[in-house]
Ligand binder design. Structure first.
Ligand code: AHR
Length: 499
């Protein structure tokens, strides 16, 4: 079967936003402790950060990193994580039934972000805390000096403010599991008060209101309506979170991108409904600040119970298949395709916890399958996202019927003189011929064509073997007479660069 697209730089969706390539570091499991931070590790730097993880983070091409949670933030006292390490209190982390030594806090995270070359994105606690603590944290982080909290930061070693632009007003406050969970009106009012106060310190902040924890939440839609009715003129973005699990039906798993697209479409309607009712000229957009494949119902995600409050336990350490990587590639294609309204996104998470980067305590680090499509897309998508007129055979999986087998996006960078097509074949069984009209690009040739697929789509990388299945050259990709053709195997992600 063949799928057709037209790649024409005259038809654009919007800019490729660096913030689409964000990730997330939460105090959860081994993401922070023995993930980014492990002072005793042979590869640790003077600040205790693992240099191997810093290197992999740079290679992954991460832009923003959200911190410190997640569910964790809703019980977090940020003051616990600043000041002399020996004097920081050890606390229970109720969200993940763990013990947090607080040896990493906002100062360490800011330092790590600078070393990793990423933009920090901070979340405030609107679960057990509120406006005053959010204002205190903002003062501590962003005021250069001359006030009690900014001078405290300076005394703790950071002479200049961190200038953090993006702030999440709480996390998943719609979820009954959230510490301090609220109904939409309670949260909306608290978020509005917090936003108003934070903007009195700095009107230029980019603020994210909590949207729904996923499209299946019973309150999805109504939550957005009420929260945005309270906050519309005060925030810039509303969050979206969505995870996808492989329940054993590969074809269904491969429809994840379609389900994300439907969520974005619905969320845009809910945002724009409030905009219209308020007759506002302001446009609120989406921060898709948690997305990934997460095998949530497997043992890996079982939170400790009872008297067991471990420090940095093995939690949510999913290992990913090639099929999962194809899904991740497709989710990124979907986020890019929606760049008009998705202005920021964070892969959840970065290290060990449902992550593309894995570490052994005291030992090696390695790349999961999902590392590859993310790193390649981040490295090569630039300039403008193009509108492709896709004609594709259909596939059906589980409850998702008749969706396009081809999921594609193209970017065009006029300065580089390069167009890049990212294409996913969502069929679990059939190869697809990509047939792309590229005459509008001029006389281009294939600079690089890589495909990620494997005879066994369930192959997983491990610490011992993370390199035997890698994206490899797709020798079928060629341009002739203004047409690009390429064979896309079943369950595959491909990147074709044209110049
Ligand atoms: O990313 C793991 C968890 O998923 C986060 O802590 C929470 O926000 C979401 O439910």
């Amino acid at each position: 079967a063949a799928a057709k697209i037209t790649v024409d730089p005259s038809f654009t969706v919007g800019p490729v936003r660096r913030r689409t390539f964000g990730a997330f570091v939460e105090h959860l499991g081994r993401c922070v402790y023995t993930g980014i931070f492990e002072p005793g590790h042979p590869d640790a730097d003077v600040d205790g950060f693992r240099k191997d993880v810093l290197e992999l983070t740079r290679e992954l091409g991460v832009s923003t990193v959200r911190y410190p949670g997640g569910n964790f933030v809703s019980g977090y006292r940020w003051e616990d994580g600043v000041g002399p390490a020996g004097r920081r209190p050890v606390r229970l982390d109720l969200a993940w039934h763990s013990t947090d030594p607080n040896t990493v806090g906002v100062d360490e995270f800011a330092k790590w972000s600078a070393k990793a070359g990423v933009e920090p994105m901070m979340a405030v606690n609107l679960g057990t805390r509120g406006l005053q603590e959010a204002l205190d944290l903002l003062e501590y982080c962003n005021i250069d000096g001359g006030t009690a909290l900014s001078e405290q930061r300076r005394a703790n070693g950071a002479a200049d403010g961190y200038g953090i632009r993006m702030w999440c007003l709480g996390n998943e406050m719609d979820g009954p599991w959230q510490i301090g969970h609220k109904d939409a009106l309670e949260y909306g009012r608290l978020a509005a008060d917090t936003a108003r106060g934070m903007r009195m310190i700095d009107p230029g902040l980019e603020l994210v209101a909590c949207g729904s924890s996923g499209p299946t939440m019973p309150t999805f839609g109504e939550w957005e309506r009420v929260v945005l009715s309270e906050t519309y003129e005060l925030v810039d973005l509303v969050s979206a979170h969505q995870y996808f699990e492989d329940f054993g039906d590969l074809q269904e798993h491969l429809t994840a991108g379609h389900r994300m697209e439907a969520f974005i479409r619905d969320l845009v309607s809910h945002i724009d409904h409030v905009k219209s009712v308020k007759k506002s000229t302001k446009q609120v957009n989406i921060s898709f600040d948690e997305w990934n494949v997460w095998h949530m119902s497997r043992d890996e995600s079982k939170v400790p119970t009872g008297n067991d409050w471990p420090v940095a336990p093995v939690l949510l350490e999913d290992t990913y298949t090639v099929a999962d990587a194809v899904v991740v590639g497709d989710l990124l294609v979907t986020l890019l395709r929606n760049t008009g309204r998705v202005h920021s996104a964070s892969l959840a998470q970065l290290v060990n916890v449902i992550a593309p980067i894995m570490t052994e305590p005291g030992g090696r680090s390695w790349k999961q399958t999902t590392f590859h499509p993310f790193a390649l897309t981040s490295r090569h998508a630039s300039g403008t996202v193009l509108q492709l007129a896709v004609e594709s055979p259909l596939v059906s999986g589980g409850t998702t019927a008749d969706i396009a087998a081809l999921s594609a996006v193209a970017t065009f960078d006029a300065e580089k003189g390069e167009a890049v097509v990212f294409a996913v074949n969502r069929s679990a069984t059939d190869a697809l011929t990509l047939d792309a009209a590229v005459a509008a690009l001029g006389n281009v040739r294939v600079v690089e064509a890589l495909t990620y697929a494997n005879k066994d789509p369930y192959w997983q990388a491990s610490a011992d073997d993370s390199t035997s299945v890698l994206p490899s050259e797709n020798g079928t990709a060629r341009v002739a007479g203004g047409q690009l053709t390429a064979e896309l195997p079943a369950v595959s992600w491909s990147m074709i660069r044209l110049a």
